[in-house]
Design a protein around this ligand. Structure first.
Ligand SMILES: *[C@@H]1O[C@H](CO)[C@@H](O)[C@H](O)[C@H]1NC(C)=O
Ligand SMILES: *[C@@H]1O[C@H](CO)[C@@H](O)[C@H](O)[C@H]1NC(C)=O
Ligand SMILES: *[C@@H]1O[C@H](CO)[C@@H](O)[C@H](O)[C@H]1NC(C)=O
Length: 313
């Protein structure tokens, strides 16, 4: 409850502060406002870690919402968001999740690159429960994972989705490479109308994307989310969070409202922040796509020594 209140407050503040800025190429984080941004990131991450509980955390809470193409996101109350959903002629949900669990390359027991550790495989099994019929989320009809590397026939994204894909009888689309993450966002945004038209009797359509965590905040931003969670880098220890973007439209006007919620896979919430900063300097971290990503608290407090040219203070 506390988390929900805090999250909606920060979402409110943020939409006022951000004013729907379009992404620009920020390069690496600039010194000037670092301290401020670290403070905000710290508060958010601490709340997340301290208060994360299983289940959908923020269903129907006060929400941040933007109309696509608006210069400035609007803040809608929970009641207005419920109304938007009730009145919508078509709803498209895009869910973003991280691939299944691994041990990082420098740990005692690193997980080979294309597979997951046992816990990660169980996570995939659990995903088939929460995103399958009778689960906690609307059932997705489309599944996406990163393109496989040359000569490889599996990756961690696919292992996460495999039991769900099998349960639903849906092929996972791996057409988009991790370098073409923006292409995926563009295609999904462009195909919302087509999803509605393809099955006019069905009002709600859902898409689930499993991806590398370093790019998920940028993917969410490319899909229109400017909430604090979407502009903060992903904590390395978090395999659990679900980002839920909901687009609603009335009378096929071509205009859409977008709202953002945080969910949980209901499997294994992180028990502590992880400070290994895998995404720092990664070629698919947000800034490589020209989108901002603030360091989460774990990057500063994880007890990991600074990497070359890096100073967190
Ligand atoms: C993969 O997804 C993209 C975007 O939705 C679509 O254009 C493409 O046809 C899909 N590929 C396959 C093989 O289904
Ligand atoms: C977006 O939400 C506002 C506030 O509820 C509503 O007035 C408007 O009609 C909605 N637009 C669409 C396209 O759903
Ligand atoms: C790191 O710092 C050194 C010395 O200040 C500089 O020459 C080098 O270009 C820096 N490297 C990066 C990746 O910023």
């Amino acid at each position: 409850m506390l988390w929900m209140a805090a999250e909606s407050k920060s979402a409110l503040q943020e939409s006022l502060l951000l004013g729907g800025q379009l992404p620009s190429r920020h390069g690496r984080w600039q010194e000037s406002s670092r301290a401020l941004r670290y403070g905000a990131a710290a508060a958010t991450s601490l709340l997340l870690v301290a208060l994360m509980v299983p289940g959908i955390l923020s269903n129907a809470r006060c929400g941040w919402s933007a109309r696509e193409g608006d210069a400035r996101p609007s803040v809608f109350t929970a009641e207005v968001l419920r109304e938007q959903t009730a009145e919508a002629e078509c709803i498209v949900n895009i869910f973003l999740v991280r691939h299944c669990d691994k041990n990082p390359p420098w740990s005692k027991d690193p997980t080979p690159k294309t597979i997951c550790k046992a816990e990660g495989l169980f996570r995939g099994q659990n995903l088939a429960r929460v995103f399958g019929p009778g689960g906690s989320f609307p059932v997705p009809r489309r599944l996406y994972a990163r393109q496989l590397a040359e000569g490889k026939f599996a990756n961690r994204d696919l292992f996460l989705l495999w039991p769900l894909a099998q349960r639903l009888g849906v092929m996972v689309n791996t057409s988009f490479s991790e370098d073409d993450m923006l292409g995926l966002a563009e295609a999904l945004l462009a195909e919302k109308e087509a999803m509605c038209d393809a099955e006019p009797k069905r009002r709600e359509h859902s898409v689930l994307v499993s991806w590398k965590h370093c790019s998920i905040p940028a993917l969410a931003q490319a899909l229109g989310c400017h909430a604090d969670r979407c502009t903060t880098c992903w904590d390395d220890g978090d395999f659990e969070t679900v980002l839920w973007l909901k687009y609603t439209t009335l009378a096929r006007s071509g205009a859409w409202n977008l709202s953002f919620q945080l969910g949980s896979e209901e499997f294994h919430p992180p028990t502590r922040v992880e400070g290994y900063r895998e995404c720092y300097g990664s070629s698919v971290e947000s800034s490589n796509f020209g989108l901002p990503c603030k360091p989460p608290i774990s990057w500063m407090t994880g007890g990991f020594p600074p990497r070359p040219n890096e100073s967190f203070n």
